[in-house]
Ligand binder design. Structure first.
Ligand SMILES: *[C@@H]1O[C@H](CO)[C@@H](O)[C@H](O)[C@H]1NC(C)=O
Ligand SMILES: *[C@@H]1O[C@H](CO)[C@@H](O)[C@H](O)[C@H]1NC(C)=O
Ligand SMILES: *[C@@H]1O[C@H](CO)[C@@H](O)[C@H](O)[C@H]1NC(C)=O
Ligand SMILES: *[C@@H]1O[C@H](CO)[C@@H](O)[C@H](O)[C@H]1NC(C)=O
Ligand SMILES: *[C@@H]1O[C@H](CO)[C@@H](O)[C@H](O)[C@H]1NC(C)=O
Ligand SMILES: *[C@@H]1O[C@H](CO)[C@@H](O)[C@H](O)[C@H]1NC(C)=O
Ligand SMILES: *[C@@H]1O[C@H](CO)[C@@H](O)[C@H](O)[C@H]1NC(C)=O
Ligand SMILES: *[C@@H]1O[C@H](CO)[C@@H](O)[C@H](O)[C@H]1NC(C)=O
Length: 500
Protein backbone atom coordinates (compact mmCIF):
# COMPACT_ATOMS: atom_id res chain seq x y z
CA UNK A 1 0.00 0.00 0.00
CA UNK A 2 0.94 3.65 -0.14
CA UNK A 3 3.17 5.42 2.32
CA UNK A 4 1.15 8.09 4.10
CA UNK A 5 1.86 11.79 3.79
CA UNK A 6 0.70 14.47 6.16
CA UNK A 7 1.55 17.37 3.90
CA UNK A 8 -0.69 20.07 2.64
CA UNK A 9 -1.05 19.52 -1.06
CA UNK A 10 -2.74 22.49 -2.56
CA UNK A 11 -1.06 23.41 -5.79
CA UNK A 12 0.23 21.88 -8.98
CA UNK A 13 3.91 22.37 -8.21
CA UNK A 14 3.70 20.63 -4.88
CA UNK A 15 1.62 17.89 -6.45
CA UNK A 16 4.24 17.23 -9.15
CA UNK A 17 6.98 17.12 -6.54
CA UNK A 18 5.13 14.53 -4.55
CA UNK A 19 4.50 12.40 -7.59
CA UNK A 20 8.17 12.76 -8.49
CA UNK A 21 9.04 11.67 -4.98
CA UNK A 22 6.92 8.57 -5.52
CA UNK A 23 8.88 7.99 -8.72
CA UNK A 24 12.26 8.30 -6.99
CA UNK A 25 11.37 5.83 -4.30
CA UNK A 26 9.64 3.63 -6.89
CA UNK A 27 6.06 3.95 -5.61
CA UNK A 28 4.97 4.86 -9.08
CA UNK A 29 3.75 3.62 -12.40
CA UNK A 30 5.75 4.73 -15.42
CA UNK A 31 3.74 6.72 -17.87
CA UNK A 32 3.57 5.46 -21.45
CA UNK A 33 4.33 7.88 -24.25
CA UNK A 34 0.78 7.75 -25.58
CA UNK A 35 -1.22 10.94 -25.76
CA UNK A 36 -4.92 11.59 -26.26
CA UNK A 37 -5.92 12.52 -29.84
CA UNK A 38 -6.25 16.27 -30.40
CA UNK A 39 -10.04 16.05 -30.83
CA UNK A 40 -10.53 13.79 -27.78
CA UNK A 41 -13.02 15.33 -25.34
CA UNK A 42 -12.63 15.45 -21.58
CA UNK A 43 -15.56 16.06 -19.28
CA UNK A 44 -17.04 15.65 -15.85
CA UNK A 45 -20.60 15.25 -14.67
CA UNK A 46 -23.38 15.08 -12.12
CA UNK A 47 -27.04 14.02 -12.03
CA UNK A 48 -30.14 15.90 -10.98
CA UNK A 49 -31.24 14.05 -7.84
CA UNK A 50 -27.67 13.59 -6.61
CA UNK A 51 -26.73 17.29 -6.62
CA UNK A 52 -29.65 19.68 -7.14
CA UNK A 53 -31.51 19.64 -3.83
CA UNK A 54 -34.43 22.15 -3.88
CA UNK A 55 -36.61 19.05 -3.89
CA UNK A 56 -39.88 20.97 -3.50
CA UNK A 57 -38.94 24.39 -4.93
CA UNK A 58 -40.17 26.23 -8.00
CA UNK A 59 -42.99 23.85 -8.76
CA UNK A 60 -41.02 20.57 -8.75
CA UNK A 61 -43.08 17.45 -8.02
CA UNK A 62 -42.13 14.43 -5.94
CA UNK A 63 -40.02 11.71 -7.60
CA UNK A 64 -39.37 8.10 -6.60
CA UNK A 65 -36.19 9.02 -4.71
CA UNK A 66 -37.95 11.79 -2.77
CA UNK A 67 -40.66 9.28 -1.95
CA UNK A 68 -38.46 6.40 -0.83
CA UNK A 69 -36.06 8.55 1.23
CA UNK A 70 -38.91 10.43 2.94
CA UNK A 71 -41.09 7.41 3.63
CA UNK A 72 -38.42 4.78 4.31
CA UNK A 73 -35.41 6.67 5.74
CA UNK A 74 -33.71 3.39 6.69
CA UNK A 75 -33.51 2.60 2.96
CA UNK A 76 -30.40 4.83 2.87
CA UNK A 77 -27.34 3.78 4.91
CA UNK A 78 -27.06 7.09 6.79
CA UNK A 79 -30.81 7.88 6.63
CA UNK A 80 -30.14 10.95 4.48
CA UNK A 81 -31.77 12.16 1.27
CA UNK A 82 -31.34 14.55 -1.64
CA UNK A 83 -33.55 17.34 -0.23
CA UNK A 84 -30.59 19.72 -0.29
CA UNK A 85 -27.69 17.55 -1.53
CA UNK A 86 -25.00 19.87 -3.02
CA UNK A 87 -27.61 22.64 -3.39
CA UNK A 88 -26.63 22.87 -7.05
CA UNK A 89 -30.07 24.21 -7.90
CA UNK A 90 -28.77 27.44 -6.38
CA UNK A 91 -25.01 26.94 -6.77
CA UNK A 92 -24.71 25.73 -10.37
CA UNK A 93 -22.59 28.69 -11.43
CA UNK A 94 -20.03 27.82 -8.75
CA UNK A 95 -20.05 24.18 -9.95
CA UNK A 96 -19.45 25.23 -13.53
CA UNK A 97 -16.55 27.46 -12.50
CA UNK A 98 -14.94 24.39 -10.86
CA UNK A 99 -15.51 22.32 -14.00
CA UNK A 100 -14.08 25.13 -16.10
CA UNK A 101 -10.99 25.28 -13.88
CA UNK A 102 -10.31 21.60 -14.65
CA UNK A 103 -10.18 22.53 -18.33
CA UNK A 104 -12.90 20.08 -19.39
CA UNK A 105 -14.53 20.32 -22.81
CA UNK A 106 -17.97 19.12 -21.76
CA UNK A 107 -20.24 19.00 -18.73
CA UNK A 108 -22.72 16.16 -18.30
CA UNK A 109 -25.91 16.73 -16.28
CA UNK A 110 -29.41 15.26 -16.17
CA UNK A 111 -32.86 16.80 -16.15
CA UNK A 112 -35.27 16.09 -13.30
CA UNK A 113 -38.50 14.94 -14.96
CA UNK A 114 -40.58 16.13 -11.98
CA UNK A 115 -39.22 19.67 -12.40
CA UNK A 116 -40.64 19.74 -15.93
CA UNK A 117 -43.83 17.73 -15.31
CA UNK A 118 -44.48 17.69 -11.55
CA UNK A 119 -46.68 14.59 -11.59
CA UNK A 120 -45.13 13.18 -14.74
CA UNK A 121 -48.18 13.58 -16.90
CA UNK A 122 -47.28 15.61 -20.00
CA UNK A 123 -49.46 18.69 -19.95
CA UNK A 124 -48.74 22.25 -18.92
CA UNK A 125 -44.96 22.04 -18.38
CA UNK A 126 -43.57 23.86 -15.35
CA UNK A 127 -41.93 26.94 -16.90
CA UNK A 128 -39.75 27.53 -13.83
CA UNK A 129 -38.24 24.07 -14.31
CA UNK A 130 -37.55 24.76 -17.98
CA UNK A 131 -36.07 28.13 -17.07
CA UNK A 132 -33.67 26.49 -14.58
CA UNK A 133 -32.23 24.21 -17.27
CA UNK A 134 -32.14 27.08 -19.78
CA UNK A 135 -30.01 29.00 -17.30
CA UNK A 136 -27.82 25.98 -16.61
CA UNK A 137 -27.24 25.31 -20.32
CA UNK A 138 -26.51 28.97 -21.02
CA UNK A 139 -24.05 29.05 -18.11
CA UNK A 140 -22.25 25.94 -19.45
CA UNK A 141 -21.97 27.57 -22.87
CA UNK A 142 -20.82 30.85 -21.32
CA UNK A 143 -17.87 28.91 -19.82
CA UNK A 144 -17.03 27.59 -23.30
CA UNK A 145 -18.01 24.07 -22.35
CA UNK A 146 -20.36 21.78 -24.28
CA UNK A 147 -23.46 20.49 -22.49
CA UNK A 148 -24.22 16.74 -22.52
CA UNK A 149 -27.81 16.25 -21.41
CA UNK A 150 -29.14 13.01 -19.89
CA UNK A 151 -32.92 12.84 -20.20
CA UNK A 152 -33.44 10.20 -17.50
CA UNK A 153 -31.10 9.48 -14.58
CA UNK A 154 -33.42 7.40 -12.34
CA UNK A 155 -35.70 10.09 -10.84
CA UNK A 156 -39.14 9.11 -12.15
CA UNK A 157 -42.07 11.26 -10.98
CA UNK A 158 -43.71 9.35 -8.13
CA UNK A 159 -47.21 9.55 -9.63
CA UNK A 160 -46.01 7.66 -12.70
CA UNK A 161 -44.58 4.99 -10.41
CA UNK A 162 -48.03 4.60 -8.94
CA UNK A 163 -49.19 3.78 -12.48
CA UNK A 164 -46.54 1.02 -12.64
CA UNK A 165 -43.59 3.13 -13.73
CA UNK A 166 -41.43 1.42 -16.36
CA UNK A 167 -43.55 -1.74 -16.27
CA UNK A 168 -46.55 0.13 -17.73
CA UNK A 169 -46.37 0.16 -21.56
CA UNK A 170 -47.91 3.68 -21.51
CA UNK A 171 -44.55 4.92 -20.20
CA UNK A 172 -43.28 4.90 -23.79
CA UNK A 173 -45.67 7.72 -24.73
CA UNK A 174 -45.22 9.59 -21.46
CA UNK A 175 -41.42 9.53 -21.70
CA UNK A 176 -41.58 10.55 -25.36
CA UNK A 177 -43.75 13.58 -24.55
CA UNK A 178 -41.41 14.57 -21.71
CA UNK A 179 -38.42 14.21 -24.05
CA UNK A 180 -40.23 16.20 -26.76
CA UNK A 181 -40.52 19.11 -24.32
CA UNK A 182 -36.77 18.97 -23.67
CA UNK A 183 -36.04 18.75 -27.39
CA UNK A 184 -38.39 21.69 -28.09
CA UNK A 185 -36.77 23.88 -25.47
CA UNK A 186 -33.09 22.85 -25.48
CA UNK A 187 -32.15 21.30 -28.85
CA UNK A 188 -30.92 24.65 -30.21
CA UNK A 189 -28.00 24.40 -27.74
CA UNK A 190 -27.43 20.73 -26.79
CA UNK A 191 -24.74 18.83 -28.72
CA UNK A 192 -24.87 15.44 -26.96
CA UNK A 193 -28.12 13.81 -25.85
CA UNK A 194 -28.24 10.69 -23.65
CA UNK A 195 -31.68 9.08 -23.45
CA UNK A 196 -31.04 6.93 -20.36
CA UNK A 197 -28.37 6.54 -17.73
CA UNK A 198 -27.65 2.91 -16.76
CA UNK A 199 -30.90 1.07 -17.52
CA UNK A 200 -29.46 -1.98 -15.77
CA UNK A 201 -29.52 -0.12 -12.44
CA UNK A 202 -32.94 1.43 -13.05
CA UNK A 203 -34.55 -1.90 -14.02
CA UNK A 204 -32.51 -4.67 -12.42
CA UNK A 205 -31.60 -2.91 -9.18
CA UNK A 206 -34.87 -0.93 -8.93
CA UNK A 207 -37.51 -3.42 -10.16
CA UNK A 208 -35.71 -6.78 -9.89
CA UNK A 209 -33.87 -6.16 -6.64
CA UNK A 210 -34.49 -3.70 -3.81
CA UNK A 211 -31.23 -1.75 -4.13
CA UNK A 212 -32.65 1.35 -5.84
CA UNK A 213 -36.00 3.12 -5.95
CA UNK A 214 -38.72 1.93 -6.39
CA UNK A 215 -37.23 -1.18 -4.68
CA UNK A 216 -39.84 -3.52 -6.13
CA UNK A 217 -37.93 -6.81 -5.70
CA UNK A 218 -39.65 -8.79 -8.50
CA UNK A 219 -36.56 -10.38 -10.02
CA UNK A 220 -37.05 -12.37 -13.20
CA UNK A 221 -40.31 -10.53 -13.99
CA UNK A 222 -40.40 -6.77 -13.38
CA UNK A 223 -36.77 -6.26 -14.44
CA UNK A 224 -37.57 -7.69 -17.90
CA UNK A 225 -40.81 -5.68 -18.24
CA UNK A 226 -38.90 -2.53 -17.31
CA UNK A 227 -36.12 -3.27 -19.81
CA UNK A 228 -38.69 -3.92 -22.55
CA UNK A 229 -40.52 -0.62 -22.15
CA UNK A 230 -37.32 1.31 -21.59
CA UNK A 231 -35.82 0.05 -24.86
CA UNK A 232 -38.99 1.04 -26.75
CA UNK A 233 -38.91 4.45 -25.07
CA UNK A 234 -35.30 4.96 -26.06
CA UNK A 235 -36.05 4.10 -29.68
CA UNK A 236 -39.14 6.33 -29.84
CA UNK A 237 -37.16 9.32 -28.62
CA UNK A 238 -34.20 8.57 -30.87
CA UNK A 239 -36.53 8.58 -33.91
CA UNK A 240 -38.16 11.81 -32.77
CA UNK A 241 -34.72 13.38 -32.42
CA UNK A 242 -33.43 11.94 -35.69
CA UNK A 243 -36.48 13.00 -37.70
CA UNK A 244 -37.12 16.45 -36.27
CA UNK A 245 -34.50 17.91 -33.93
CA UNK A 246 -31.03 16.67 -34.90
CA UNK A 247 -30.29 19.43 -37.35
CA UNK A 248 -31.13 22.29 -34.97
CA UNK A 249 -27.63 22.03 -33.51
CA UNK A 250 -26.07 19.21 -35.59
CA UNK A 251 -26.35 17.10 -32.44
CA UNK A 252 -25.93 13.39 -31.67
CA UNK A 253 -27.85 11.05 -29.38
CA UNK A 254 -26.97 7.81 -27.60
CA UNK A 255 -27.73 5.78 -24.50
CA UNK A 256 -25.45 5.23 -21.50
CA UNK A 257 -25.03 1.62 -20.35
CA UNK A 258 -23.10 0.53 -17.30
CA UNK A 259 -20.79 -2.41 -17.40
CA UNK A 260 -18.40 -4.06 -15.07
CA UNK A 261 -15.98 -6.23 -17.03
CA UNK A 262 -16.61 -9.94 -16.50
CA UNK A 263 -13.54 -12.17 -16.60
CA UNK A 264 -13.88 -15.96 -16.58
CA UNK A 265 -13.09 -17.44 -13.17
CA UNK A 266 -10.99 -20.07 -14.99
CA UNK A 267 -10.30 -20.70 -18.69
CA UNK A 268 -13.17 -23.25 -18.80
CA UNK A 269 -15.63 -20.58 -17.67
CA UNK A 270 -15.36 -18.32 -20.73
CA UNK A 271 -18.85 -19.34 -21.88
CA UNK A 272 -20.28 -18.53 -18.43
CA UNK A 273 -18.46 -15.18 -18.48
CA UNK A 274 -19.82 -14.35 -21.93
CA UNK A 275 -23.36 -15.30 -20.87
CA UNK A 276 -23.01 -13.01 -17.87
CA UNK A 277 -21.89 -10.15 -20.15
CA UNK A 278 -24.94 -10.77 -22.35
CA UNK A 279 -27.31 -10.70 -19.37
CA UNK A 280 -25.75 -7.52 -17.99
CA UNK A 281 -24.89 -5.50 -21.10
CA UNK A 282 -26.34 -7.45 -24.04
CA UNK A 283 -29.87 -7.15 -22.61
CA UNK A 284 -29.76 -3.43 -23.45
CA UNK A 285 -27.02 -3.27 -26.08
CA UNK A 286 -28.03 -6.10 -28.40
CA UNK A 287 -31.45 -4.65 -29.42
CA UNK A 288 -29.84 -1.27 -30.24
CA UNK A 289 -26.24 -1.89 -31.31
CA UNK A 290 -26.10 -5.40 -32.83
CA UNK A 291 -26.52 -6.14 -36.54
CA UNK A 292 -29.62 -8.29 -35.99
CA UNK A 293 -31.24 -6.38 -33.13
CA UNK A 294 -33.49 -8.05 -30.53
CA UNK A 295 -32.44 -9.57 -27.20
CA UNK A 296 -29.33 -11.78 -27.11
CA UNK A 297 -30.06 -15.35 -28.29
CA UNK A 298 -28.58 -16.78 -25.11
CA UNK A 299 -31.06 -14.80 -22.98
CA UNK A 300 -34.04 -15.86 -25.09
CA UNK A 301 -32.93 -19.49 -24.77
CA UNK A 302 -32.13 -19.55 -21.05
CA UNK A 303 -35.12 -17.52 -19.88
CA UNK A 304 -37.47 -19.25 -22.33
CA UNK A 305 -36.49 -22.77 -21.29
CA UNK A 306 -36.65 -21.97 -17.62
CA UNK A 307 -40.04 -20.25 -17.93
CA UNK A 308 -41.46 -23.35 -19.65
CA UNK A 309 -39.99 -25.62 -16.96
CA UNK A 310 -41.62 -23.40 -14.35
CA UNK A 311 -45.02 -23.78 -15.99
CA UNK A 312 -45.32 -20.37 -17.65
CA UNK A 313 -47.21 -20.39 -20.93
CA UNK A 314 -44.52 -18.18 -22.48
CA UNK A 315 -41.15 -16.70 -21.64
CA UNK A 316 -40.89 -14.19 -18.81
CA UNK A 317 -38.66 -12.22 -21.19
CA UNK A 318 -41.19 -10.29 -23.33
CA UNK A 319 -40.95 -10.70 -27.09
CA UNK A 320 -40.45 -7.88 -29.57
CA UNK A 321 -42.44 -8.03 -32.79
CA UNK A 322 -40.33 -7.94 -35.95
CA UNK A 323 -41.46 -4.32 -36.48
CA UNK A 324 -40.30 -3.43 -32.98
CA UNK A 325 -36.93 -5.12 -33.58
CA UNK A 326 -36.45 -2.95 -36.68
CA UNK A 327 -37.71 0.16 -34.87
CA UNK A 328 -35.11 -0.24 -32.08
CA UNK A 329 -32.14 -1.48 -34.11
CA UNK A 330 -29.58 1.20 -34.98
CA UNK A 331 -31.09 3.95 -32.81
CA UNK A 332 -27.77 5.43 -31.74
CA UNK A 333 -25.01 7.79 -32.78
CA UNK A 334 -22.77 6.68 -29.92
CA UNK A 335 -22.62 4.31 -27.01
CA UNK A 336 -22.18 6.01 -23.66
CA UNK A 337 -20.41 3.73 -21.22
CA UNK A 338 -20.10 3.92 -17.45
CA UNK A 339 -17.40 1.67 -16.09
CA UNK A 340 -16.04 1.22 -12.59
CA UNK A 341 -14.71 -2.27 -11.84
CA UNK A 342 -14.32 -5.98 -12.76
CA UNK A 343 -15.72 -9.31 -11.54
CA UNK A 344 -15.02 -12.99 -12.16
CA UNK A 345 -17.84 -15.32 -13.21
CA UNK A 346 -18.51 -19.07 -13.23
CA UNK A 347 -21.43 -21.38 -13.95
CA UNK A 348 -23.87 -21.75 -11.10
CA UNK A 349 -26.94 -23.76 -12.13
CA UNK A 350 -29.88 -23.03 -9.80
CA UNK A 351 -30.71 -25.78 -7.32
CA UNK A 352 -34.40 -24.95 -7.06
CA UNK A 353 -37.24 -23.61 -9.18
CA UNK A 354 -36.91 -20.01 -7.98
CA UNK A 355 -37.83 -17.20 -10.40
CA UNK A 356 -34.98 -14.69 -10.57
CA UNK A 357 -32.64 -12.94 -12.95
CA UNK A 358 -29.60 -14.69 -11.45
CA UNK A 359 -31.12 -18.16 -11.75
CA UNK A 360 -32.04 -17.37 -15.37
CA UNK A 361 -28.43 -16.31 -15.98
CA UNK A 362 -27.09 -19.40 -14.16
CA UNK A 363 -23.81 -17.82 -13.17
CA UNK A 364 -22.36 -16.23 -10.07
CA UNK A 365 -19.77 -13.50 -9.71
CA UNK A 366 -17.00 -12.76 -7.25
CA UNK A 367 -13.77 -10.79 -6.97
CA UNK A 368 -10.18 -11.96 -7.09
CA UNK A 369 -8.88 -11.35 -3.57
CA UNK A 370 -5.53 -10.26 -4.95
CA UNK A 371 -7.08 -7.25 -6.72
CA UNK A 372 -6.34 -3.98 -4.88
CA UNK A 373 -8.93 -1.31 -4.11
CA UNK A 374 -11.38 -2.77 -1.58
CA UNK A 375 -15.12 -2.36 -2.21
CA UNK A 376 -14.61 -1.63 -5.92
CA UNK A 377 -11.44 -3.47 -6.99
CA UNK A 378 -9.04 -1.53 -9.20
CA UNK A 379 -8.52 -3.63 -12.34
CA UNK A 380 -7.52 -1.34 -15.23
CA UNK A 381 -6.92 -4.32 -17.55
CA UNK A 382 -10.66 -5.05 -17.26
CA UNK A 383 -11.47 -1.60 -18.64
CA UNK A 384 -9.32 -2.28 -21.71
CA UNK A 385 -10.87 -5.73 -22.22
CA UNK A 386 -14.38 -4.26 -21.96
CA UNK A 387 -13.60 -1.65 -24.62
CA UNK A 388 -12.24 -4.32 -26.96
CA UNK A 389 -15.29 -6.51 -26.33
CA UNK A 390 -17.61 -3.58 -27.19
CA UNK A 391 -15.67 -2.94 -30.37
CA UNK A 392 -15.80 -6.58 -31.49
CA UNK A 393 -19.37 -7.34 -30.37
CA UNK A 394 -21.09 -4.22 -31.71
CA UNK A 395 -19.10 -3.39 -34.83
CA UNK A 396 -16.88 -0.67 -33.44
CA UNK A 397 -19.38 2.03 -32.39
CA UNK A 398 -18.33 5.53 -31.33
CA UNK A 399 -17.96 5.36 -27.54
CA UNK A 400 -18.00 8.09 -24.91
CA UNK A 401 -16.94 7.02 -21.43
CA UNK A 402 -19.73 8.88 -19.65
CA UNK A 403 -18.62 7.79 -16.16
CA UNK A 404 -15.49 6.37 -14.61
CA UNK A 405 -14.30 6.94 -11.06
CA UNK A 406 -13.59 5.60 -7.61
CA UNK A 407 -15.53 5.75 -4.36
CA UNK A 408 -14.06 6.25 -0.87
CA UNK A 409 -14.83 7.89 2.47
CA UNK A 410 -13.98 11.35 1.25
CA UNK A 411 -10.39 12.23 2.14
CA UNK A 412 -8.86 15.25 0.39
CA UNK A 413 -5.47 13.58 -0.16
CA UNK A 414 -7.07 10.85 -2.25
CA UNK A 415 -3.97 9.00 -3.48
CA UNK A 416 -5.91 5.81 -4.19
CA UNK A 417 -8.34 7.71 -6.44
CA UNK A 418 -5.39 9.36 -8.21
CA UNK A 419 -3.90 5.92 -8.77
CA UNK A 420 -7.27 4.68 -10.03
CA UNK A 421 -7.58 7.52 -12.55
CA UNK A 422 -3.95 7.17 -13.61
CA UNK A 423 -4.19 3.45 -14.27
CA UNK A 424 -7.63 3.57 -15.95
CA UNK A 425 -6.70 6.47 -18.22
CA UNK A 426 -3.50 4.63 -19.12
CA UNK A 427 -5.59 1.53 -20.00
CA UNK A 428 -7.82 3.79 -22.11
CA UNK A 429 -4.79 5.16 -23.97
CA UNK A 430 -3.64 1.62 -24.70
CA UNK A 431 -7.12 0.68 -25.93
CA UNK A 432 -7.18 3.70 -28.24
CA UNK A 433 -3.62 3.37 -29.54
CA UNK A 434 -3.12 -0.40 -29.61
CA UNK A 435 -6.64 -1.84 -29.99
CA UNK A 436 -8.05 1.00 -32.12
CA UNK A 437 -11.26 1.28 -30.12
CA UNK A 438 -13.38 4.22 -31.19
CA UNK A 439 -13.48 6.14 -27.88
CA UNK A 440 -13.99 9.88 -28.47
CA UNK A 441 -14.36 11.24 -24.97
CA UNK A 442 -14.09 10.58 -21.23
CA UNK A 443 -16.04 12.02 -18.33
CA UNK A 444 -14.80 11.67 -14.74
CA UNK A 445 -17.47 10.72 -12.20
CA UNK A 446 -18.02 12.89 -10.37
CA UNK A 447 -17.34 16.61 -10.34
CA UNK A 448 -18.05 16.60 -6.60
CA UNK A 449 -19.18 14.45 -3.69
CA UNK A 450 -22.95 14.01 -3.81
CA UNK A 451 -25.91 11.91 -2.69
CA UNK A 452 -24.70 8.42 -3.58
CA UNK A 453 -28.13 6.73 -3.65
CA UNK A 454 -28.40 3.89 -1.10
CA UNK A 455 -25.01 4.86 0.41
CA UNK A 456 -26.21 8.39 1.13
CA UNK A 457 -23.23 10.62 1.90
CA UNK A 458 -21.10 7.77 3.28
CA UNK A 459 -19.54 6.99 -0.08
CA UNK A 460 -17.86 9.74 -2.13
CA UNK A 461 -16.89 9.87 -5.79
CA UNK A 462 -16.10 13.57 -6.11
CA UNK A 463 -12.83 15.00 -7.34
CA UNK A 464 -14.04 18.04 -5.41
CA UNK A 465 -15.06 17.50 -1.80
CA UNK A 466 -18.32 18.96 -0.45
CA UNK A 467 -18.82 19.74 3.24
CA UNK A 468 -22.44 18.67 3.79
CA UNK A 469 -22.57 19.81 7.43
CA UNK A 470 -21.88 23.40 6.41
CA UNK A 471 -25.11 25.12 5.22
CA UNK A 472 -23.08 26.75 2.41
CA UNK A 473 -21.92 23.37 1.11
CA UNK A 474 -18.39 24.64 0.34
CA UNK A 475 -16.44 22.71 -2.34
CA UNK A 476 -12.70 21.96 -2.01
CA UNK A 477 -10.42 20.41 -4.63
CA UNK A 478 -9.03 16.98 -3.81
CA UNK A 479 -5.65 15.80 -5.09
CA UNK A 480 -7.50 13.95 -7.87
CA UNK A 481 -8.88 17.26 -9.21
CA UNK A 482 -5.33 18.52 -9.65
CA UNK A 483 -4.28 15.23 -11.23
CA UNK A 484 -7.18 15.30 -13.73
CA UNK A 485 -6.47 18.94 -14.55
CA UNK A 486 -2.87 18.01 -15.42
CA UNK A 487 -4.00 15.08 -17.56
CA UNK A 488 -6.27 17.38 -19.55
CA UNK A 489 -3.61 20.10 -19.89
CA UNK A 490 -0.90 17.64 -21.00
CA UNK A 491 -3.22 15.31 -22.93
CA UNK A 492 -1.20 12.52 -21.32
CA UNK A 493 -1.42 10.62 -18.04
CA UNK A 494 2.03 11.18 -16.56
CA UNK A 495 3.32 9.32 -13.51
CA UNK A 496 0.94 8.38 -10.74
CA UNK A 497 1.26 6.55 -7.42
CA UNK A 498 1.29 2.76 -7.64
CA UNK A 499 -0.91 0.58 -5.44
CA UNK A 500 1.52 -2.32 -5.26
C1 LIG B 1 9.08 7.13 -24.18
O1 LIG B 1 9.94 7.78 -25.10
C2 LIG B 1 11.28 7.90 -24.65
C3 LIG B 1 12.04 8.76 -25.66
O2 LIG B 1 11.71 8.37 -26.95
C4 LIG B 1 11.86 6.51 -24.47
O3 LIG B 1 13.20 6.61 -23.97
C5 LIG B 1 11.01 5.74 -23.46
O4 LIG B 1 11.48 4.41 -23.36
C6 LIG B 1 9.55 5.71 -23.88
N1 LIG B 1 8.77 5.14 -22.80
C7 LIG B 1 7.87 4.17 -22.99
C8 LIG B 1 7.14 3.68 -21.77
O5 LIG B 1 7.64 3.70 -24.08
C1 LIG C 1 -40.10 21.87 1.33
O1 LIG C 1 -39.59 20.83 2.15
C2 LIG C 1 -39.05 21.30 3.37
C3 LIG C 1 -38.43 20.10 4.05
O2 LIG C 1 -37.40 19.58 3.26
C4 LIG C 1 -40.13 21.96 4.21
O3 LIG C 1 -39.56 22.46 5.38
C5 LIG C 1 -40.75 23.09 3.41
O4 LIG C 1 -41.82 23.63 4.10
C6 LIG C 1 -41.22 22.60 2.05
N1 LIG C 1 -41.63 23.73 1.23
C7 LIG C 1 -42.76 23.75 0.54
C8 LIG C 1 -42.99 24.95 -0.30
O5 LIG C 1 -43.56 22.82 0.58
C1 LIG D 1 -40.45 25.80 -23.88
O1 LIG D 1 -40.89 25.52 -25.20
C2 LIG D 1 -42.26 25.81 -25.42
C3 LIG D 1 -42.62 25.28 -26.79
O2 LIG D 1 -41.70 25.72 -27.76
C4 LIG D 1 -42.49 27.32 -25.26
O3 LIG D 1 -43.86 27.61 -25.43
C5 LIG D 1 -42.05 27.74 -23.87
O4 LIG D 1 -42.14 29.13 -23.72
C6 LIG D 1 -40.61 27.30 -23.59
N1 LIG D 1 -40.33 27.59 -22.17
C7 LIG D 1 -39.34 28.41 -21.77
C8 LIG D 1 -39.21 28.62 -20.29
O5 LIG D 1 -38.56 28.93 -22.54
C1 LIG E 1 -21.89 17.97 -37.76
O1 LIG E 1 -21.13 17.28 -36.79
C2 LIG E 1 -20.25 16.31 -37.33
C3 LIG E 1 -19.56 15.61 -36.18
O2 LIG E 1 -20.51 15.05 -35.32
C4 LIG E 1 -19.26 16.96 -38.26
O3 LIG E 1 -18.46 15.96 -38.85
C5 LIG E 1 -19.99 17.74 -39.33
O4 LIG E 1 -19.07 18.45 -40.11
C6 LIG E 1 -20.99 18.71 -38.71
N1 LIG E 1 -21.80 19.31 -39.76
C7 LIG E 1 -22.09 20.60 -39.79
C8 LIG E 1 -22.96 21.05 -40.89
O5 LIG E 1 -21.66 21.37 -38.94
C1 LIG F 1 -6.17 -13.42 -9.52
O1 LIG F 1 -5.12 -12.48 -9.54
C2 LIG F 1 -3.83 -13.07 -9.55
C3 LIG F 1 -2.81 -11.95 -9.41
O2 LIG F 1 -3.03 -10.98 -10.39
C4 LIG F 1 -3.67 -13.85 -10.85
O3 LIG F 1 -2.41 -14.48 -10.86
C5 LIG F 1 -4.76 -14.91 -10.95
O4 LIG F 1 -4.69 -15.55 -12.20
C6 LIG F 1 -6.12 -14.25 -10.80
N1 LIG F 1 -7.17 -15.26 -10.79
C7 LIG F 1 -8.16 -15.26 -11.66
C8 LIG F 1 -9.15 -16.37 -11.50
O5 LIG F 1 -8.28 -14.42 -12.52
C1 LIG G 1 -33.41 -25.09 -24.29
O1 LIG G 1 -34.35 -25.96 -24.86
C2 LIG G 1 -33.99 -26.43 -26.15
C3 LIG G 1 -35.18 -27.23 -26.71
O2 LIG G 1 -35.58 -28.19 -25.78
C4 LIG G 1 -32.72 -27.28 -26.04
O3 LIG G 1 -32.34 -27.72 -27.33
C5 LIG G 1 -31.62 -26.41 -25.43
O4 LIG G 1 -30.45 -27.18 -25.23
C6 LIG G 1 -32.07 -25.83 -24.12
N1 LIG G 1 -31.04 -24.90 -23.64
C7 LIG G 1 -30.64 -24.86 -22.38
C8 LIG G 1 -29.59 -23.84 -22.03
O5 LIG G 1 -31.07 -25.60 -21.53
C1 LIG H 1 -31.95 8.92 -39.12
O1 LIG H 1 -32.26 9.79 -40.16
C2 LIG H 1 -31.50 9.54 -41.34
C3 LIG H 1 -31.76 10.69 -42.31
O2 LIG H 1 -33.13 10.90 -42.44
C4 LIG H 1 -31.87 8.18 -41.89
O3 LIG H 1 -31.11 7.90 -43.04
C5 LIG H 1 -31.57 7.13 -40.82
O4 LIG H 1 -31.99 5.86 -41.24
C6 LIG H 1 -32.28 7.48 -39.52
N1 LIG H 1 -31.84 6.56 -38.47
C7 LIG H 1 -32.64 5.65 -37.93
C8 LIG H 1 -32.04 4.75 -36.89
O5 LIG H 1 -33.81 5.53 -38.22
C1 LIG I 1 -17.56 21.34 7.68
O1 LIG I 1 -18.34 22.41 8.08
C2 LIG I 1 -18.59 22.42 9.49
C3 LIG I 1 -19.61 23.53 9.75
O2 LIG I 1 -19.16 24.74 9.17
C4 LIG I 1 -17.27 22.61 10.21
O3 LIG I 1 -17.49 22.60 11.61
C5 LIG I 1 -16.33 21.50 9.85
O4 LIG I 1 -15.06 21.70 10.40
C6 LIG I 1 -16.18 21.39 8.34
N1 LIG I 1 -15.47 20.16 8.01
C7 LIG I 1 -14.34 20.19 7.30
C8 LIG I 1 -13.71 18.85 7.05
O5 LIG I 1 -13.86 21.22 6.85
Amino acid sequence: MLPSFNMEVNNNAMFSKIITLFCLIAYRECASNYTFPSDFLFGTGTSSYQVEGAWNESGKGENIWDFITHNTPEFVDDRTNGDIACDSYHKYEEDLALAKDLGVNFYRFSVSWARIYPNGYPYNPNQEGIAYYNNLIDAILAQNMTPMLTIYHWDLPQRLQELGGWTNPLIVQLYTEYARTLLENFSDRIKYWVTFNEPYMACNAGYGEVGYAPALGMSGIADYLCAHNLLKSHAAVYHLFNDTYRTRNNATMGITLNSIWIDPGSPEEEEAAERTRQFQVGLYANPIFSANGDYPEVMKEYIGNRSVAQGYSKSRLPQFTSDEIEFIKGTFDFLGMNHYTTRLARNSPPTNNMVSFNSDMQTEMWVNSSWPGGREPIVPSGFRKLLTWIKNTYNNPIVYITENGYGDNGELDDYVRVSYYGSYLEALLEAINEDNVNVRGYSAWSLMDNFEWKSGYTWRYGIYSVNFTDPNRPRTAKLSATFYKNVIANRAVGDYPSLS
